[in-house]
Write a protein that binds this ligand. Sequence first.
Ligand SMILES: Nc1ncnc2c1ncn2[C@@H]1O[C@H](COP(=O)(O)OP(=O)(O)O)[C@@H](O)[C@H]1O
Ligand SMILES: [Mg+2]
Length: 522
Amino acid sequence: MSLSDRIRAKQSTVPALLEPFAAPAAASGPRAGSAPTAHATRTDAAAGATAGAGSSNTGQTARPDDGGASRPAVRPGSLTARHAAPPEATPTSDALAKVKDRAANALFDRVGARLSDPTLSEDQLHALVRSELNQVVEEEKLPLTGEERKRLTREVKDDILGLGPLQRLLDDERVTEIMVNGPDLVYVEQDGKLTRSPARFTSEEHLRRIIERIVSKVGRRIDDSSPLVDARLADGSRVNAVIPPLAFSGSSLTIRKFAKDPFLVDDLIRFGTMSPDMAVLLRACVEARLNIVVSGGTGTGKTTLLNVLSSFIPEGERIVTIEDAVELQLQQEHVVQLESRPPNTEGKGEVTIRDLVRNSLRMRPDRIVVGEVRGGESLDMLQAMNTGHDGSLSTVHANSPRDAVARLETLVLMAGMDLPLRAIREQVASAVDVIVQLTRLRDGTRRVTAITEVHGLEGDKVTLQDAFVFDYGAGVDAVTGKFLGATVATGMRPRFTDRFADLGIALPPHIFATPALGRASR
Ligand SMILES: Nc1ncnc2c1ncn2[C@@H]1O[C@H](COP(=O)(O)OP(=O)(O)O)[C@@H](O)[C@H]1O
Ligand SMILES: [Mg+2]
């Protein structure tokens, strides 16, 4: 059984465990008889707990950008409700925590070092933990009934072999990100909102062990000599861990869960991220092999949009994708996905995005899709775009199309080629055809706020022409705080549309028409 299967199998046993343990501390009623009720209460508590900050989230459906998507598993949209009040720790969980903590600590002392021993099989590990734990419970002389003792054993074992307090969050499909700031502070992004979760670790030690378990499962190590780890889990989720002293207030862990079911173009239209017209235009751009750069800040949806744009690449073309950690999920068959690699613990074996971009040119690609350019690889990518690998797609971290151009220039400098600025601008201007700007607006929605054509070089300035821009002038709804405007055509027909005609790609003529002026109250 794989780790995740094992964890999932175990998961089902966890919820029933907390309440009965609390019984001795909270009340002296007949324990066995109280079990069914306790179980029911516990289920409610679990529902509240997984919903993030308890009651603030239960019952009401949080809405992502789409204004209440019909999709069952709600995906994140905005980070509007920040830092909801932390849930109160219940006395029951405190009582449980104490008992469990003692047993868990004693067990860690005995078997801690062997937990990430790769030579132990699953069965051996389980057997080892079981027998050691039995001894611990024996020695600690815990005042437990037979049933309780069995449960304690099971739960501590789960905690030790599974991912402890994180497990439930990992299994909850609505949780898309998990952020741990030291043992007592766990935040989750769920339904698009960031809230504090009631989950906590018993100590920094406990947290460290869970982190070690996570990273060692993917063949990495975290310790004084390499206190930062960025890794991908077997299920595609991304994990970043930083331990003290780099992390000042306790180990930090960030998990971005892999979206099992990525957004499609229709989702983005439904969310209002782009209009159907814009989707038609972008599809035509991809089919016409324009080089497109998606620009936006962190978490604005660049990768998501890149995935959608990639879905427009016609079946049959050979696609090479290059990423730091695989996030793109292409539906086409003829795809090679490449992933960069950090250096190993001896500082060797690094394979950078740049190495992969260069290598990809020898792989006879029809399209190169680079997850994000953030260094010298941008020079190689621009050169590829300029030398016959047109139709390539990438993203860059920038706040406007103009900023994206400046950013690409800076990144090219990082290639260390000592190119004159004008030469760099020529590269950018002739390589990039379209910049698609994404913005997370103040109201929490993610929007395509510009579709901009890169015209060329005038003097030593890269000239840009917006085909679509967001209408901020329409203002904000006084009640809901939502922007009233939309991204609208500027009335300028991009020059690249000439290519569409040659290729027989027909666009409805109204696409570039400005909507009736005055529709928005300026
Ligand atoms: N248009 C959108 N509307 C709502 N949520 C989105 C949208 N695009 C992306 N998301 C969500 O936002 C988060 C960040 O998206 P991602 O594409 O990884 O952003 P970036 O690559 O810019 O960091 C993900 O959880 C994703 O599901
Ligand atoms: Mg991204």
